[in-house]
Write a protein that binds this ligand. Structure first.
Ligand code: HFR
Length: 534
């Protein structure tokens, strides 16, 4: 008898097709096939709605095309695209076949992309739409996807298929985040991990069928995957906001209104231009019900303003890292109490737990005492791609029961507990710097500066020039109008001196027009320092 080629590995090893991200996210295709899964703006500028049944058909078209290429479970596929129906379909097609996907944005600099390709050694590089990225090694297959389906331009190199099917412990994606060494670190997530997260978060009830969830983060930031997972996993609708609209507050709001968005997910910085130049338009957004933010602290003055303009909106603070998708989602009190000086990150989502460990490695139990957050969760990443040392530093034996073999995630984030056991994030362990021998938390100084009536936003970093004493540098955006004029370097220094010890006073103060942002929309500290005239 001649040996039969192995069958396509779709679900062959799964006990339940919902063990695969694809099955979980498309479950509504069986129960409510006509419900809207995705609403997007098309090239003709109108809106197009994809039902769950249509999205599933699109996914299966891509599964068919990819399956012909002879790739095996575990072969990586880089998917370069903005968030759209085709991108979601390609990602879910990869998930179906057990091909870990690596999402990257079209505007990713070539050098960074080259580092990712060099590290991940993908079998295939897929790009949305026209044009092709050059400079890819010839060992990488290439293709395009979009309205015309999948067009393979250079077939991937393949060997014999050794795997029989996809298991829940197989990687579903790799997200490359910035590493401190300058080389991007690949966070490897499994189907099981992502589904544990999505199932846990679903119980919090922050998305329901009928909701329309606007997603604003680039595809390479797992925030966009969390949004998509929360929306589709709940039978709701995901609405990718065209990236070009984000810089234009009125057009952004018009798009939200036109697409009948009920909640918006994104980093705090997406709201800054809106608050600055389109506050009145924002106040008219009566159909908005919820705003979920994550990624960094929401400066309290901006948050207060947002919630005054949108009293009907529930703001949710999403805390966590790519290494577990996210750890907690916590509703911000509405209205924001005048006395509130720090937002809570609450408690871990169902299925997970955050504990605090002090510098001596001992558990912190009393309220008010700061420790590092250790996360135990079924949603932990399986490791950093090809980096066992970094993996061993982050995935560590449970400090409460080191003999048990349980592994927990050492987050590098600091927090303390409030009276009810709720947690308060207070910076990265590595943003706790030493200034002339004193322990300084940079976020503490930022918070004080933001309390000044003339300050719109503030970022503080330690400026370490070779051969010189490190200097605390503050970067400030003034508020428009009279309030802003009240913010002077001397005035701010004495304002800080009212509540901070002298070693915590910013030694150099720089006024900037805006805070530069990283590709993911967080404050870009490196760019701020690079902008100082020397
Ligand atoms: C993070 C991590 C995405 C979607 C994260 C929904 C949720 C969470 C995510 C986002 C992220 N307040 N500091 C906060 N995957 Br819910 O930013 N991931 S990350 O890996 O790029 O960065 C770090 O960002 C954390 O370790 C924290 O230092 C910081 N951070 N959320 C918050 C925050 C303050 N809500």
């Amino acid at each position: 008898m001649t040996p039969q080629p192995p069958q396509s590995p779709r679900f062959a090893c799964a006990t339940d097709e919902n063990d695969n991200l694809r099955g979980y996210l498309l479950a509504a295709a069986a129960t409510t096939p006509h419900a809207p899964a995705l609403v997007e703006r098309t090239a003709e500028a109108g809106l197009r709605t994809w039902s769950y049944a249509e999205l599933e058909r699109l996914v299966d078209d891509y599964v068919g095309a990819l399956d012909e290429l002879g790739l095996d479970v575990g072969d990586r596929v880089v998917v370069q695209s903005n968030h759209c129906s085709a991108a979601v379909a390609v990602l879910l097609a990869c998930a179906t076949l057990g091909l870990p996907f690596i999402p990257v944005s079209p505007d990713m600099p070539g050098e960074r992309l080259a580092l990712i390709v060099d590290s991940a050694r993908p079998a295939l590089f897929l790009q949305y739409g026209e044009g092709m990225r050059d400079g890819l090694p010839a060992t990488v297959g290439t293709g395009r996807f979009g309205d015309a389906g999948l067009i393979v331009e250079r077939a991937p190199r393949t060997g014999p298929r050794v795997r029989a099917g996809v298991t829940p412990t197989d990687p579903v994606y790799i997200i490359f985040t910035s590493g401190t060494t300058g080389r991007p670190k690949g966070v490897v997530m499994t189907h099981r991990g992502v589904l544990a997260f999505l199932r846990g978060v679903r119980r919090l009830g922050f998305v329901a069928p009928g909701d329309r969830v606007a997603t604003t983060s680039p595809l390479q930031f797992d925030f966009s995957l969390v949004d998509t997972g929360m929306a589709l996993g709940c039978g709701a609708t995901i609405v990718p906001v065209p990236r070009e609209e984000l810089g234009w507050p009125r057009r952004f709001l018009e798009f939200l209104a036109e697409a009948e968005v009920s909640q918006v997910h994104g980093v705090p910085s997406i709201w800054r231009p809106v608050l600055r130049t389109a506050a009145a338009d924002l106040a008219r957004m009566r159909s908005l019900r919820r705003i979920v933010f994550s990624g960094e602290d929401f400066p309290l003055p901006e948050l207060r303003r947002l919630s005054e303009l949108l009293p009907q909106v529930q703001v949710v603070n999403g805390y966590g890292a790519t290494e577990s998708m996210a750890a907690s989602l916590t509703a911000v009190p509405n209205p924001v109490p005048g006395t509130l000086d720090r937002l809570s990150i609450g408690r871990a989502h169902p299925g997970a737990e955050m504990t605090l460990i002090d510098d001596a490695g001992l558990p912190v139990t009393e309220p008010g005492v700061t420790g590092q957050i250790y996360l135990r969760s079924p949603a932990l990443f399986s490791g950093y791609w090809n980096d066992p040392a970094a993996t061993a530093a982050a995935l560590v034996p449970d400090p409460f029961a080191p003999a048990s073999g349980q592994i927990v995630f050492r987050t590098g984030d600091l927090a303390y507990r409030g009276p009810e056991g709720e947690l308060y994030f207070c910076g990265r362990a590595d943003s706790q710097v030493q200034v002339r021998g004193n322990r300084v938390e940079l976020g503490e100084i930022e918070r004080r500066l933001q309390q000044h009536e003339g300050v719109a936003s503030a970022v503080v970093t330690l400026d370490e020039q070779a051969g010189a004493e490190p200097v605390l540098s503050a970067f400030l955006v003034r508020k428009d109008g009279a309030a802003g004029e009240s913010a002077t370097a001397a005035g701010l220094r004495s304002f800080c001196a009212e509540s901070l010890p002298s070693y915590m006073l910013p030694q150099s103060i720089h006024f900037v027009d805006e805070i530069p942002l990283t590709g993911n929309g967080k404050a870009d500290r490196r760019a701020l320092l690079a902008g100082i005239p020397r």
